[in-house]
Design a binder for this molecule. Structure first.
Ligand SMILES: [Zn+2]
Length: 252
């Protein structure tokens, strides 16, 4: 199943004037981690998404139990992703910690997760036995990798396992539009969300992503428009009701 085909909110209509209005809305980047549980119940979160018209949402959490709380509440709406974090302490060590592998295998045995992530890693840290195995597991189980990473990490992940399917969280956060576009044109199995970007032309206030050339009068998609089909929005919504920015706040 092409999960992202159903999931993505297409921020530009490239298929015709009717498609934007008809497209179901989804949020490509949500967390429901432990501090959030006492602030918003799953019922309240469903209510928030209903009011926003969000019919689906990609969700991950630390620990994973938060993701499963939402999935259990509405398995058609929430698309579970599995972070390699048993606790927040794992964020700084997970890629070189062999104990992460049996943890992932055990959680994936539930059979509900559609990907591994969101995880945080830089290109210089990719070449470890743990990452090697995670990319193998992802391909074997047909799972997406959701990577909050620099460009080098995305390139390295595809180098380890060319069959990987990668969702590039925050579209590299501060990576330039040109760099993101070039990488997406090169890798057909690379998707990206636009949540929480900042800095330079990564800002959401600047022209982003780059539009295809207006001069094209061909109905045949260009490589650039094919990339746009793989870009989704994401609120980077972490359900910290008391956090900065209300419900639209909270790092990871
Ligand atoms: Zn995130």
């Amino acid at each position: 199943m092409r999960l992202l085909a159903a999931l993505a909110v297409f921020v530009f209509s490239v298929a015709g004037p009717a498609s934007a209005a008809d497209a179901p809305l989804a949020d490509g980047h949500i967390h429901y981690s432990k501090p959030d549980w006492s602030v918003y119940t799953p019922d309240q979160i469903v209510d928030i998404l209903d009011k926003a018209g969000m019919r689906r949402a990609l969700v991950s959490s630390t620990p994973d139990d938060g993701t499963l709380k939402l999935y259990d509440r509405d398995p058609k709406r929430f698309v579970p992703m599995l972070r390699p974090y048993r606790t927040r302490d794992d964020m700084g060590t997970w890629w070189r910690d062999p104990a992460i592998l049996p943890y992932l295998e055990q959680r994936l045995a539930k059979g509900v997760h559609r990907g591994i992530g969101e995880f945080h890693i830089n290109g210089k840290d990719i070449r470890t036995p743990v990452l090697q195995r995670i990319t193998e597991i992802a391909v074997q189980r047909n799972l997406y990798l959701q990577a909050h990473s620099d460009e080098a990490a995305v390139i390295e992940l595809f180098a380890i396992e060319p069959k990987s399917k990668i969702i590039w969280a925050h579209a590299g956060m501060s990576s330039s539009a040109a760099a993101v576009g070039a990488l997406m044109d090169k890798q057909p199995n690379l998707w990206a969300d636009l949540s929480y970007r900042y800095g330079g032309d990564g800002s959401r206030s600047s022209p982003w992503p780059p539009r295809p050339a207006a001069s094209s009068n061909s109905s045949r998609p260009t490589s650039r428009t094919r990339s746009l089909r793989r870009i989704s929005s994401g609120s980077f919504r972490s359900f910290h009701g008391q956090g900065r920015g209300g419900a639209l706040a909270g790092p990871h």
